[in-house]
Design a protein around this ligand. Structure first.
Ligand code: AMP
Ligand code: MG
Length: 286
């Protein structure tokens, strides 16, 4: 199933991608919610082992890019899927509206500063993709970046993102990009829950409602960005997100498969090191 998952939910890398070919309400086929949750639990141990190997081998890092509309479940996915990892060796970065200082630099600067070091997992809760998503929907951000909305700007940015990711991949970063695909109808339901349940009031932001009005513009921006940037070395996975447990289960399986593909090995022990180990044992009377 794992190999199938990789290809089934991966956006095509031939430049053609349509959101309407992906059902946000897919419910796991024959999978039940309970079974999927138990798989996620079981995978915690596997991910932890992958992380140990990543750390010990010291040759690669893993960058997880999470993109979605508001309420799609990015934070919950991080909590449920990444629980069990050693915090030393896993960084989570949430990217919000850039600061004045960040706007003084090129559009990839603040993201490059946060990239995971070799041996580590890095999670980008929103990412440089916002530079072709929210910034495209609200081009007024461009002025602060010293840029103007000319007709080839977005294709140039896609190209720059592809080059950036190719550079990272060649330098040992495994890149996994998840789009949590939520329907507009399910977003309405989740926003209403935030409004109607006092315990969820803190999660409500009026800005979410404002952005919801731009739903078609966001979908076009996502579709174009994913079509232009789904590559072999940095694939996009389209995770059905109307059922939170589906997205979490798929993300957990895909992550394990991705690390497995790196074929990591413990570093070889040199002759001198072996001799030092024997000497140390002797010294400790063993
Ligand atoms: P949230 O992740 O929901 O807490 O909100 C973060 C907010 O920051 C969202 O409204 C994003 O659209 C916004 N944001 C993230 N990155 C950028 C960016 N590069 N330019 C402008 N707004 C951004
Ligand atoms: Mg939000």
């Amino acid at each position: 199933m794992r190999g199938d998952l990789l290809s089934r939910f991966q956006a095509s890398t031939n430049g053609r991608f349509r959101l309407r070919d992906h059902d946000p309400a897919w419910d796991g086929g024959a999978q039940t919610k309970e079974h999927a949750a138990s798989q996620v639990d079981r995978n915690h141990q596997r991910l932890y082992e992958s992380q140990e190997l990543l750390w010990a081998s010291g040759t690669h890092s893993v960058l997880i890019v999470l993109q979605a509309m508001d309420t799609a479940g990015k934070d919950g996915l991080i909590k449920h899927v990444m629980t069990g990892l050693n915090p030393q060796g896993c960084d989570v970065w949430g990217f919000k509206v850039p600061s004045a200082r960040e706007q003084q630099h090129d559009f990839l600067w603040r993201y490059s500063m946060a990239l995971p070091a070799r041996g580590s997992f890095g999670i980008f809760n929103r990412s440089y993709y916002e530079e072709v998503l929210v910034v495209r929907v609200h081009p007024e951000f461009l002025a602060k970046q010293g840029s103007a909305d000319h007709h080839s700007l977005w294709t140039e940015r896609y190209e720059e993102i592809n080059d950036f990711e190719k550079h990272l991949a060649r330098n040992g970063t495994a890149i996994v990009k998840f789009f949590l695909h939520l329907s507009k109808k399910e977003q309405r339901k989740r926003l209403l829950e935030r409004l109607n349940e006092p315990a969820k009031h803190w999660k409500f932001s009026a800005a979410d409602l404002a952005e919801r009005q731009y739903w078609p513009e966001y979908m076009t921006a996502y579709e174009d960005a994913i079509a232009a940037t789904s590559t072999k070395h940095a694939p996009w996975y389209i995770l059905p997100a109307d059922h939170k447990w589906v997205a979490r289960w798929l993300a957990s399986e895909i992550l394990i498969a991705t690390v497995k593909q790196l074929k990591l090995k413990l570093p070889p022990v040199s002759k001198q090191q072996r001799a030092a180990i024997t000497a140390a044992k002797r010294e400790l009377g063993k």
